[in-house]
Write a protein that binds this ligand. Sequence first.
Ligand code: BV8
Length: 226
Amino acid sequence: MQQGKIVILTGAGISAESGLGTFRDAGGLWSQVRIEDVATPEAFARDPARVHDFYNGRRAQAASAEPNPAHHALARLQARHPGGVVIVTQNVDNLHERAGAEVLHMHGELAAALCARCDHRWPAPEEMGADTPCPACGAPAARPDVVWFGEMPYRMEEIAGHLQDAALFVAIGTSGQVYPAAGFVEEARLCGAETLELNLDASDVSRAFDRHAVGKASEIVPAWVE
Ligand code: BV8
C-alpha cells in the first residue's frame, strides 16, 4: 500500500451549514427522536413503518441540501493528490459525492435500500414502506441501507488499512461519541500519524489530537486545505 496518506473522517458537523441538523448538538436529531425508536434493528423489527417514516423524511431533506464550501474544499484536496487522500464519512447524506469527492460511507447511505432478507442493495425510492419489495428476491423486506446502533459499520478492514498508512489523520465535525469511528484517532496515532481536529467546539476525544482548529467547517476546512 501507498505510504503517507491523508485520512479524513467527517461527521454531521460538515453538513450542518448545508442545513442538515447534527445529532447531539442542542436541538439535534437525537433530542427530537429516541435512537431506540428509529435507529436500531430492534426498532425496525417492532415498527418498520415508523422507521421508514423517519428515514423517508431525512432522505428528502438530504436530497434538497447542497454541498457547502467544506465539502468542495475536500474534493479539491483529493483531486490535487490522486490516491493520497482518503475520506471516510459517518454521514449518510451524499454531499461529499455531489461536491465531486470519492468517499467511504462507513454508516451507509440514505440514497440506498438494503434487503433485510437477501442483502441485495439498490437505489432507494423516494419513499419506502413496510411493504416495499426487494427487486431481487421479492420479499417485502426493504430497509434503509444505514448502519444502526448495534450493527457492524461498513468497510472496517479497508479503513484500518488506510489508518495504518496515514501520515496525517484529520477529523472534521464529529463529536467523538460513537464508536468505532471515535477510536480512529488513537489507531492512527499508534501507527505514527499526526492528528488534527477541525470542529466547532471540543469533542469527547479532543485530547487525543496533536493539533486543533476551532470554527465553522465552511471556514476552517477551506483555510486548512488552501
Ligand atoms: C458497533 C447511521 C460493533 C444512522 C449512526 C454502550 C451502549 C450501547 C452501545 C455502545 C456502547 N458503547 C459503545 C457502543 C457502540 C455504539 C456506540 O458507539 N454507542 C455510543 C452512542 C455509546 N456503536 C455502535 O453500535 C456501532 N456499531 O459498535 O458495532 C459490533 C460488533 C460485533 C457485532 C455487532 C456490532 C454502530 C454505530 C453506528 C450508528 N449509526 N448513523 C443514521 O444516521 O440515522 S451513528 C450517528 O452518530 C450519526 O448518524 C453519525 O453517523 C454518528 C456520529 O455523530 P457525529 O457525526 O459525530 O454527529 P454529532 O451530532 O454527534 O456531532 C456533531 C459535531 O459537529 C459536534 O462536535 C459539533 O460541535 C460539530 N459541529 C456542529 N456544527 C458544526 C460543527 N463542526 C464544524 N462546523 C459546523 N458548522
